[in-house]
Ligand binder design. Structure first.
Ligand code: GLU
Length: 449
């Protein structure tokens, strides 16, 4: 069946291609302005104008030739259409630990889509297992698709669904769980699961990729192997997030779920532990713990599931000149919590004071984390901080804003009583507060043994 109608070509380009009886995958010769281009006709993004013809040249490069009336197209040969076939599932070794890989979407579960030219979420967890057959030397793998979403589309309801699904599998008895996830909001999900899944008997490890698995430069396989190895064998039992330690493929580190942040748009080592250290490292297929401070694996532990989150929580970033009516707006909208991302040690301008007092008076939990990210808020140093504390603003110690936001959503998902929520919020549940904040250089040295 011809793919040309649904291949993204429009207008003159579509007319010329149909006239020459060309289909996607055919070898074509295009003559334009005295030059001849020969290569494979590939589909174009449906989102573009669709008026240029895209040819994959022998060199591997794609070129676009504007389709004007004087352009000549000739079909030179029939080609094979690009397609994806699920690879076979490797055989299981019963001596290895039993790990479930759940997929939620994102680049790690994606491939380049030849219809739109973009990367799309298309691989199921079992496709992933087939694409990375080395996993069968590391664990007996079971797979499950929980959802297939770019992580920017994940909401509090998805966190709940995921937590419930993980809890079910753990209760059935597995040695570890790996969750393939889009990297954009993976650290929010790792924080959410850290609060929702307490007293874990086995590790739960999120993993992503910066490049999809059909690209030669993909980090999907190394990250996945590291995550599965740690989930099956590591001695800790916490929610972690496994990704490249550096830009090289040498080691995968597992960060604590509440202490990790995406810090770079595209690098493989985009995730960093903030105000903390990675808890484990996987190098040459060996798992080593990087700290003595962790919760131990113990299959006899009984998981405590607290999967509810409130979506009535807003994040307000302070900036010079912030209009305080933004805070009033959220209060009027019925928000139950507001996380302020303050400046420096924990400040917002005095022009916001009345709005903050009003919010607290109306029973809204107002908490504050520093937008500095590294370090700890100290609201006793300047009178601005002391004023905010006197209004009832809750300081977040060394939690960075995203973890603070997720924790506020979680605390308000457990109780509608603001005082109870504040009490929960101040309790260290999953290592989100560190007793002492070390400079990042020290973190790197200690973590990088
Ligand atoms: N934006 C997508 C996501 O977070 C793709 C990026 C990625 O997986 O790294 O799901």
């Amino acid at each position: 069946m011809s793919q040309i109608e649904s291949s993204g070509y429009k207008g003159e380009a579509l007319r010329l291609l149909k006239l020459a009886d060309c289909d996607i995958g055919d070898i074509i010769k295009v003559t334009s302005k005295g030059k001849v281009y020969e290569g494979i006709l590939i589909p174009r993004s449906e989102l573009g104008e669709g008026t240029s013809i895209i040819v994959k040249m022998k060199s591997g490069y794609n070129i676009g030739i504007q389709a004007t009336a004087d352009v000549k197209i000739e079909k030179v040969g029939k080609g094979t259409k690009p397609a994806f076939a699920s690879p076979p599932i490797p055989e299981q070794n019963p001596a290895l630990p039993h790990v479930v890989i759940m997929s939620t979407g994102g680049t790690i579960a994606s491939r380049v889509d030849y219809r739109t030219g973009a990367v799309r979420s298309a691989l199921s967890a079992s496709d992933l297992y087939g694409v990375v057959p080395e996993l069968s030397d590391v664990a007996q793998v079971d797979t499950e698709i929980v959802f297939s979403l770019y992580s920017e589309n994940i909401t509090q309801q998805h966190w709940t669904e995921l937590a419930v699904t993980v809890a079910k599998r753990i209760e059935q008895g597995v040695d570890g769980v790996v969750i393939a996830h889009g990297t954009d909001t993976m650290a929010y999900t790792s924080a959410a699961l850290s609060f929702a899944l307490q007293n874990l008997p086995v590790p739960v490890i999120l993993v992503g990729a910066q490049r999809s698995s059909d690209r030669p430069s993909s980090d999907a396989a190394t990250n996945l192997i590291g995550a599965v190895k740690a989930a099956g064998e590591a001695t800790f039992a916490e929610v972690g997030l496994a990704m490249h330690e550096t830009v090289s493929d040498k080691a995968i580190v597992v960060h604590r779920g509440t202490k990790v942040r995406k810090c770079h748009t595209s690098r493989r080592d985009t995730f960093k532990s903030i105000n903390g250290f990675p808890i484990a490292k996987v190098k040459d297929l060996q798992v080593t713990m990087q700290t003595g401070q962790y919760k131990r694996r113990d299959p006899s532990k009984k998981l405590i599931l607290k999967p509810d989150f409130s979506d009535k929580v807003a994040l307000v970033k302070f900036y010079p000149g912030l209009d305080p009516s933004i805070i009033d707006f959220y209060v009027d909208k019925g928000m139950k919590g507001i996380l302020l991302e303050g400046s420096g040690l924990g400040h917002v301008s005095k022009f916001c004071f009345d709005s903050i007092k009003n919010a607290v008076d109306k029973g809204v939990v107002v908490a504050l984390a520093s937008q500095c990210i590294w370090g700890r808020v100290n609201m006793n140093v300047y009178d601005t901080g002391r004023d905010l504390l006197s209004f009832g603003v809750v300081p977040l110690d060394d939690m960075f804003p995203e973890t603070g936001l997720v924790k506020l959503m979680w605390a308000l998902g457990q109780t509608s009583d603001p005082q109870q929520a504040v009490k929960l919020f101040k309790t260290n549940i999953a290592g989100e507060f560190s007793p002492r904040t070390l400079p990042q250089e020290e973190n790197l040295t200690e973590g990088g043994q």
